[in-house]
Design a protein around this ligand. Structure first.
Ligand code: ATP
Ligand code: MG
Length: 560
């Protein structure tokens, strides 16, 4: 490809309001443009990168026997009503009506549709297992589209679905996906971890996420050297316990102290000797969630116990407890109470449900009843539950995930098969997603330097960026043309910058675009008979004879 013919509008300045490195660089390198919040246009180079990633995904999915199909983006609401997700999913789902007044939705994912298909087409155990996939557009009205292509409202997803006769066959389909995913992320050249995850809205029991470490990520994982790795949404750790004071419930005046910090300062004690009581509202009424004062509530863990919930308003708290927010505690409240397991041990200070008062010396489980469960957030430095090491917590981008769904979708949609004896059973399913745009952005986040993008070779838009310093110089131009055609003949995808612009701009663009190898043909090449070669990652330099340059560069690329 010749740069003079390629549309890649590069920019010197970062786009306004961009924070993530990948967001800035994808716009500056002319890969994408934003149409509206969370809606991106992929320009030719951006599209080329996505296609490279999709090709790797296709190859690896095909290699595990998955078959590509394509399902519509628009669905009748009815299918989503049958699984209940039409109601369970709120504003994230785009909804519309067709001209006949029928309710329709835009697909956020395709469990419903693929199961609808399986319900009609799969009959017998002889047809199992089946794994079907597509690489297709998903639409989600994300609450906070941000960070460029990392969280958009329209995005490409590889989604695959497995259908098996029993749990052990599902284990096999799951394992095959784990292997395919590992190969995909390795081939794409990004660093990643596979971690335990929360099945969330997909339902089902077992799930893992593939996480690319990056400060631009919105997820956090707790990790240990022993191999334990889990999303903080469900990660566990061994808490530390202080020496607790003697029990004996006693009311103390704490006139203006409401927050954990204020009360612990006022009573001259540590936050670990207090209970943080958080009032939340659920469909079944209010509930009180309690964690130790020095710890944080993990909403997702609480959600698995009480379902959807929101914080109570100060007015609601006043009505339920009789006191202002800041003096809430479990005593005397006849509502559902969930206490973190850490509170099973110790004596604590709690809110008295009376303005200006707290109570000291309270023993959870004795002075008040509660359901004890792990609802606290793990912290870096806490001990791993599997070994004696300390956990670390890292920020990551979720690039893919896999779920064992079981019969969550096949039962409501009546997707069954007949076994050897003609008996009917629900299909056992799995569902598996990957976001190609997130892989591209993660690669940029992980490898970029101050000059621009540094692509892993497999997903770079071109392998070689050939800079022809002065196109007006006939000798330089002839050499560049020769090297260019030899590179192409060696199967090396090359972008030749033959534009009639300043060399400084060309070199800056080459660094911004981040192709793995830059080859320069300039004045020195004419006099020395050698082309200058620089590896983008690390900056290693070489000089190769003009005639041998293409072969040498191809060899060099093999080592990257
Ligand atoms: P997140 O927790 O980040 O919202 P998710 O759990 O909703 O992700 P899935 O529904 O499982 O994601 O989608 C599968 C994959 O699709 C994700 O692993 C991610 O790579 C990609 N993906 C999901 N949402 C988006 C989005 N809004 N923009 C870009 N890619 C996305
Ligand atoms: Mg999401």
């Amino acid at each position: 490809m010749r740069a003079s013919k390629l549309f890649f509008p590069t920019l010197k300045e970062d786009p306004a309001e961009a924070e993530a490195i990948s967001h800035k660089l994808m716009v500056r390198a002319g890969l994408v443009r934003q149409l509206a919040a969370g809606l991106y246009i992929y320009l030719p180079l951006g599209q080329r990168i996505l296609e490279k990633i999709c090709r790797i995904i296709r190859e690896e999915m095909n290699a595990i026997g998955a078959q590509e199909l394509s399902m519509p983006i628009m669905h009748p609401a009815e299918v989503w009503q049958q699984t209940g997700r039409y109601n369970d999913i709120g504003e994230e789902m785009f909804r519309l009506k067709d001209r006949g007044g029928r309710d329709m939705v835009l697909g956020m994912t395709h469990e419903e549709i693929v199961t609808w298909l399986a319900a009609r087409e799969i009959r017998s155990y002889r047809e199992l297992p089946q794994t079907w996939y597509q690489i297709q557009t998903k639409l989600r009205d994300e609450a906070r589209p941000k960070s460029g292509v990392l969280r958009t409202r329209e995005f490409l997803m590889k989604d695959s679905y497995s259908f098996d006769a029993n749990e052990s066959a599902l284990d096999m389909s799951y394992t095959l996906h784990v292997q395919a995913y590992k190969r995909i992320f390795e081939r794409c050249g990004i660093e990643y971890y596979m971690v335990e995850s929360d099945p969330g809205m997909m339902g089902g029991a077992t799930a893992h996420e593939f996480m690319a470490p990056s400060y631009a990520g919105e997820d956090e994982v707790a990790m240990c050297n022993c191999g334990y790795a889990a999303n903080v949404e469900l990660a566990r750790s061994v808490p530390e316990f202080p020496e607790y004071p003697e029990p004996g419930a006693e009311e103390v005046a704490t006139p203006d102290a409401r927050t954990i910090e204020e009360v612990s300062a006022f009573l001259d004690t540590g936050p670990e000797f207090m209970i943080k009581s958080l009032m939340v509202m659920t469909d079944a009424g209010p509930a009180l969630a309690m964690v130790r004062g020095d710890q944080e509530l993990q909403e997702s863990k609480l959600g698995r116990i009480i379902g959807a919930h929101r914080p109570a308003t100060p007015e609601e708290i006043k009505e339920i407890t009789g006191a202002e927010a800041g003096f809430t505690g479990p005593l005397g409240l006849d509502i559902r109470k969930i206490a973190d397991k850490c509170l099973k041990e110790g004596t604590f200070i709690i809110g008295a449900n009376k303005d200006g008062y707290h109570i000291e010396g309270v023993i959870p489980g004795k002075d008040f009843e509660a359901e004890f469960a792990d609802i606290r957030r793990v912290r870096a430095g806490e001990q791993c539950t599997c070994c004696d090491n300390k956990l670390r917590v890292e920020q990551v981008i979720e690039v893919g995930n896999i779920f064992k769904l079981g019969t969550k979708y096949s039962e409501p949609l009546n997707a069954t098969y007949l076994d050897e004896s003609g008996k009917e059973h629900p299909l056992i399913m799995g569902s598996y997603g990957i976001g190609p745009a997130r892989i591209a952005a993660a690669a940029i986040e992980q490898l970029a330097d101050e000059k621009g993008i540094v692509w892993p070779a497999a997903i770079a838009p071109f392998k070689v960026h050939l800079v022809l310093v002065q196109p007006a110089d006939n000798q330089q131009s002839a050499i560049a043309e020769k090297v260019y055609s030899q590179l192409m003949a060696n199967g090396v995808e090359t972008l030749m910058d033959d534009r009639d612009i300043s060399p400084g701009v060309k070199f800056a663009d080459a660094e911004l675009l981040g192709c793995p190898v830059r080859v320069t043909v300039g004045k020195r090449t004419v006099s020395s008979g050698q082309v200058e070669v620089q590896v983008r990652r690390g900056g290693e330099e070489h000089e190769f004879e003009i005639g041998a340059a293409a072969k040498e560069v191809a060899g060099l690329l093999d080592t990257l």
